[in-house]
Design a protein around this ligand. Structure first.
Ligand SMILES: [Zn+2]
Length: 43
């Protein structure tokens, strides 16, 4: 799962496709979303 830096939507992308682009806004900068990470918060 990737997140578009242009519109902030989550985009599913085939990583084999070199021309990665947001289907919603056409923005080309997408950030790879991390799998859910459990954050430890120490109070
Ligand atoms: Zn976008």
């Amino acid at each position: 799962m990737y997140k578009c830096l242009g519109c902030g939507k989550e985009v599913e992308i085939n990583e084999l496709d070199r021309r990665i682009r947001c289907p919603y806004c056409g923005y080309r900068v997408l950030v790879k979303e991390r799998p859910k990470v459990v954050k430890k918060v120490i109070i």
